[in-house]
Design a protein around this ligand. Structure first.
Ligand code: ADP
Ligand code: ZN
Ligand code: ZN
Length: 675
């Protein structure tokens, strides 16, 4: 086939449609190849998304690309379609999405040793031999039914594997993969997990189940070289099983035949900056594009997913009991700290239960959703509070480092020895974070081996991995931590879970805060009693009469989710409507609000012209945490009754917004997780 004369190239530039370039003599570009092109007075890597033999561009204005990058296979059709879809849906140019989706090595201009580097990246992966062969488990009826249903389906289908914690979801994923491989021995499988910390244990299980299949991981903890290597191996089909966090959705897997999204409700599937995509939603889209199955697994599916189960769009697979013989979910008691004499913030029931558990040589998890020592430092004499000077929040007291640290902007200062307002030397911590609880535990149980796991304790490479290994090995008696301890781990000896300070989440202004608290509680409950030990869960809360605790006591997700959906439907809010947020920030709040008002007017004009009655724009408001890192932040909420209507509106609106003359920085968040 003669080579085309022109290519259109998508570039990482907002609002810019693909640009046309001449084909360089002696090269044969294909759609999906990368190339280096001149743009303005610089050059950049772009992606070829179209080829043709003619152009409207005048001869003298035609430029050619500088270098064709086709030493690797071209990016595949479904990868191109997925990035195109994401660019339309999240309101970015195709190039912005596609280029950002590539590992840094493939999106940067090639250095002098490009070819050698590529060869090094192709070095095969070496695997540690698995410690021992694990005997195959006999699946129970529900597990078998789940696997068989998937095996019997063909083409695109979204399955929701709803299984209580410890019900053997992972085992089901493995068997599903097995079935896919038995039909298609070349098949590739993408396995998404919410957190890097969950990959080692999973990797081990996958490896021992499939000792002969190649596997790689892809996540933000990898160095650039490692990341490029895993990505390339998937792209060149040298890896069959790819385990990764949300970024792995943009791996190009030519033989992809099954996608698994574990803990699909987890908020980390949604990108919080840049292109704010949801890897879970894109996984469903990718499965549709490829005509394959996708499995969304969770003990507490998101309401978005649950509503699609209810409407019949997603197919439900249920695992209603724990898989290990005799393993039971913990019994729940909620104790009210209000009218009690507390010892260092702990109720007597909690203290007794911890002592009993330690005596039995079993493990305790203390779950607390706040890291640091105390959420705020205060002066009892004048009422001074440790506010962050750059944000409208408080800087958290980190006693160990003797610092005040703002968790929003990262500002920190050595802790004051006296009150900056009145000079009082007796500053007091208020409330408790994980570090303070750890200290309390050390005082109350000096013999116990206590380990704290949170973002602060796991900053060093491998720290989290080692910490979790210590728990698994039984070298820890009390594990205290944030959400990190709640997720996914298959602990053997935990028989008591204590939850402190969940009330802040239950009285939050954010309407989704309670359902997240529920998911956290279900997850952390799931860490206990997994191997037959009778287990308990004690929650210190003043809101013991709330519906969520009744549902938690029964471990009845469906009851809770159904009741929430009924409320959401009556209130006509998410997931029954689609939302998008326009977010703006600037040092001056007036400028932010001025920009948003203009945006509102433009939006209203567009809606009037479109005769679009399915979309509503609300008034601009300051964000809940209004100031972060000296930037005042405001937002405008848009709601639509359908995704189609939303997309139609956003496309026009985005163009109009980019013509507003304002120095205010703004972004769009489609399907925001917080409004
Ligand atoms: P989940 O992912 O649902 O929390 P896991 O897949 O981690 O659950 O399984 C929990 C425990 O149950 C694991 O130790 C696993 O080996 C075990 N398990 C899973 N399926 C079975 C089964 N059919 N028979 C016995 N044990 C099982
Ligand atoms: Zn003071
Ligand atoms: Zn701050």
């Amino acid at each position: 086939m003669p080579s085309p004369r022109f290519v259109s190239v998508a570039l990482d530039i907002p609002l810019l449609p693909p640009l046309t370039y001449k084909v360089m003599d002696g090269t044969s570009p294909k759609i999906g190849d990368r190339c280096v092109v001149p743009i303005g007075n610089r050059s950049a890597v772009g992606l070829i998304v179209g080829v043709s033999n003619q152009t409207d561009i005048a001869e003298e204005k035609q430029k050619s690309y500088i270098r064709l990058l086709n030493e690797t296979e071209a990016l595949g059709e479904s990868w191109l379609k997925l990035t195109k879809f994401a660019s339309d849906y999240y309101q970015h140019s195709w190039g912005e999405v596609a280029i950002a989706a590539l590992p840094p090595f493939f999106r940067s201009k090639p250095g002098p040793k490009y070819e050698q580097s590529l060869e090094r990246l192709r070095k095969p992966f070496k695997f540690k031999k698995t410690s021992q062969a694990v005997p195959a488990l006999q699946l129970n009826n529900e597990q078998t039914a789940a696997v068989e249903t998937l095996a019997a389906s063909s083409g695109f289908r979204t399955f929701v594997l709803h299984g209580v914690t410890g019900s053997g979801k992972t085992e089901v994923y493995l068997r599903m993969m097995e079935r896919v491989f038995s039909v298609n021995p070349q098949a590739q499988v993408l396995f998404l997990v919410p957190e890097i910390n969950l990959t080692p244990q999973l990797q081990e299980r996958v490896r021992s189940h499939f000792p002969d299949r190649s596997m790689a991981t892809l996540h933000s903890g990898l160095a650039n070289g490692e990341r490029a290597r895993a990505w390339l191996a998937a792209h060149e089909k040298r890896v069959q099983i790819l385990i990764g966090t949300r970024m792995a959705i943009f791996a190009d897997m030519p033989d992809l035949d099954l996608i698994i999204v574990d803990e699909e409700h987890d908020l980390s599937y949604k990108a919080g900056d840049g292109i704010r995509y949801s890897a879970r939603d894109l996984a469903v889209k990718l499965a549709q594009l490829r005509g394959i199955a996708v499995v969304l697994g969770s003990a507490t599916p998101s309401l978005e997913t649950w509503s699609r189960v209810k409407s019949g769009r997603y197919h439900l697979l249920t695992l209603s009991k724990r898989a290990v013989q005799g393993a039971k979910l913990p019994t729940l008691s909620v104790v009210n700290p209000k009218n009690q004499k507390l010892v260092k913030g702990l109720c007597s029931e909690v203290i007794d239960a911890i002592s009993e558990t330690l005596q039995k040589n079993e493990q305790v998890i203390i779950f607390l959703n706040r890291r640091g020592y105390a959420p705020v430092l205060t002066c009892p004499s004048c009422g001074w509070l440790s506010k962050c000077p750059h944000c409208s929040t408080y800087a958290v007291y980190h006693k160990f480092h003797a610092k005040l640290i703002c968790h929003h902007c990262g500002w920190s200062t050595p802790v004051y020895s006296r009150c900056p307002d009145c000079g009082n030397v007796d500053l007091q911590p208020m409330g408790a974070g994980t570090q303070r609880i750890e200290e309390t535990l050390e005082e109350l149980w000096p013999q116990a081996r206590i380990l704290r796991i949170d973002r602060d304790s796991t900053q060093r490479k491998n720290a989290a991995k080692l910490a979790f290994e210590a728990v698994h090995a039984g070298d820890v008696d009390i594990l205290v931590g944030t959400q990190m301890v709640a997720k996914g781990h298959d602990f053997q000896k935990v028989s008591l879970v204590v939850v402190l300070n969940i009330d802040a989440q239950l009285v939050s202004a954010n309407p989704r805060s309670e359902e997240r608290a529920f998911a956290n509680l279900m997850q952390v409950a799931g860490r206990a009693g997994r191997f037959g030990l009778p287990a308990r869960m004690i929650v210190q809360s003043r809101f013991g009469d709330r519906e969520l605790f009744a549902a938690l006591a029964e471990q009845n997700y469906c009851r809770y989710a159904d009741s929430l959906l009924a409320i959401r439907k009556a209130e006509n809010t998410v997931p029954f409507v689609c939302q998008a947020l326009l977010l703006a920030d600037d040092v001056k709040i007036d400028k932010v609000l001025e920009f948003l008002s203009q945006a509102l007017r433009l939006g209203e004009d567009i809606l009037a012209a479109q005769v679009n009655q399915q979309v509503v724009i609300y008034d601009p408001i300051p964000m809940a945490v209004m100031k972060v890192a000296d930037k005042e932040r405001g937002q405008l909420l848009v709601e639509a009754s359908s995704r189609g209507a939303m997309g139609l509106f956003l496309k026009q609106w985005y163009r109009a917004l980019s013509e507003i003359r304002s120095s205010v920085h703004w972004t769009m968040d489609v399907d925001p997780i917080d409004v």
